[in-house]
Design a protein around this ligand. Structure first.
Ligand code: ADP
Ligand code: MG
Length: 226
């Protein structure tokens, strides 16, 4: 057994658009321990979002492996990968995290319903999370009618709802003011402390990087040392 919850090695990713090839990752590696918080920074275009989508199982790398609890996600069938993501991984992308056909409460409840949790437990958990991200009065809003910051806070609540083993977040505080930023960071820290969730945050915000125990920098598709 490995001491790492997530272990990605030898990651290459090439985007192909007609005759143009962009090499976004060139042999990136990253390992996350349970209960750790890692921050990833780096210049725009260095491959951070590509890496996060690959770790989340949303994008298959051109080469390399992503072990989650020892199982290689890149070798799973689409069904197996979907199950692995649902059970173990929470993701906050830079946009489009919410299901447009569900209100805020429905979005937060969705991962819990897919997990087969009982209605009463779901109601309690959704209520607690709405309070924690300050969206209790927005519970019946449609995603299209939320501000950028509200949508981002809702996305974080969705991502932590099912108490994932791994939480991956791409600029989770990009549109937030200072107060909402600290509410979101407190929620991530609570997930880490209570469930040993391993957190990876891609960020330009020093307040986010400050919460992390480890800071990594990505350049030209490779991750350097702290
Ligand atoms: N869907 C895509 N199609 C083609 N090229 C892409 C796509 N997404 C990202 N890229 C390119 O891959 C490189 C890495 O992008 P990205 O992972 O988004 O970096 P970062 O998040 O660090 O800004 C960039 O050169 C970017 O233009
Ligand atoms: Mg990005």
């Amino acid at each position: 057994m490995t001491e790492f919850l997530v272990e990605a090695t030898g990651l290459y990713h090439i985007y192909r658009e007609r005759d143009v090839e962009t090499v976004a990752l060139r042999g990136a590696r990253l390992a996350l321990r349970p209960g750790s918080w890692t921050s990833l920074t780096g210049p725009s275009g260095s491959g951070k979002s590509t890496l996060l989508q690959i770790l989340a199982g949303l994008l298959t790398p051109t080469a390399g492996a992503v072990l989650v609890d020892g199982d290689d996600m890149t070798r799973m069938t689409p069904d197996e990968r979907a199950r692995c993501r649902r059970r173990r991984i929470g993701v906050v992308l830079q946009r489009d995290n919410l299901h447009p056909g569900l209100d805020v409460a429905g979005n937060i409840a969705l991962p819990l319903r897919l997990d087969g949790q009982p209605a009463g437990a779901i109601r309690d958990r959704v209520g607690t999370l709405l309070d924690e991200v300050g969206l209790a009065d927005r519970r019946h809003r449609w995603p299209a009618r939320l501000s950028g910051g509200e949508a981002q806070r809702a996305a974080v609540a969705v991502a932590v709802a099912a108490r994932p083993a791994v939480l991956l977040a791409d600029e989770p505080t990009g549109e937030l003011d200072e107060r909402s930023t600290s509410a979101v960071l407190d929620l991530l820290e609570a997930a880490r402390a209570a469930h040993g969730t391993a957190i990876l945050t891609v960020t330009h915000n020093p307040a986010v990087a400050e919460r992390a125990g480890r800071s990594l920098v990505m350049r030209d598709g490779v991750i350097g040392d702290d």
